[in-house]
Design a protein around this ligand. Structure first.
Ligand code: PRP
Length: 178
């Protein structure tokens, strides 16, 4: 299918917002160490940019999950592909996501992480599509709320491509004429 890519949020705007959120996080966590959890793959770009700008000590760990079901539509069942390397007990966990859509992934992960007895759990996302929410999620830090469009770049993919775009783009499919 043919498609075009247009810019939704330019690189400069994303960078500015990431700096602002990192400053707010640094202030909120003053005197603490943040245990940053990056949810692969999408959040890796955002997590790195954010971590570089946080001024309190940061440790980092990675988890990989996938939603799967019959056909191409997600069933909402979250399967763990790679667990964290480190325990969470007593740590100030900050989950970093590239996007929150239905909220199913995060609802599942927050519940799982709470069983591991962290000192606290907060959530930071680059993008949020509130109108798509199925599971209510309390988001502590949001860079941008966006409409329900097919977004790519800054970690987000279309068929595994375009994660490396430095801006947030939108994929617009070209209607084929009969
Ligand atoms: C995206 C995103 C979240 C999840 C959000 O990951 O990174 O983990 O979807 O969707 P939800 O709110 O509806 O649960 P995706 O499954 O696309 O994997 P990827 O990060 O490896 O591209």
């Amino acid at each position: 299918m043919e498609y075009n890519i247009s810019v939704l949020i330019p690189e400069e705007e994303v960078d500015k917002k990431v700096r602002e959120i990192a400053a707010k996080i640094s202030e909120d966590y003053a005197g603490k160490t943040i245990h940053l959890i990056c949810i692969l793959k999408g959040s890796v770009f955002f997590a790195c940019e954010l971590a570089k700008r946080i001024t309190v000590p940061v440790t980092i760990d990675f988890m990989s999950v996938s939603s799967y079901g019959a056909g191409t539509k997600s069933s909402g069942v979250v399967r763990m592909v790679k667990d964290l390397d480190e325990p969470l007990e007593g740590k100030h966990v900050l989950i970093v996501e590239d996007i929150i859509d239905t909220g199913r992934t995060l609802a599942h992960l927050i519940e799982l992480f709470q069983t591991r007895k962290p000192a606290s759990v907060k959530l930071c996302t680059l993008l949020d599509k509130p109108e798509r929410r199925i599971k209510p999620i309390e988001v502590d830090y949001t860079c941008f709320q966006i409409p329900d469009k097919f977004v790519i770049g800054y970690g987000l993919d279309y068929d595994q491509k375009y994660r490396n775009l430095p801006y947030i783009g939108v994929v617009e499919f070209v209607e084929e004429e009969n």
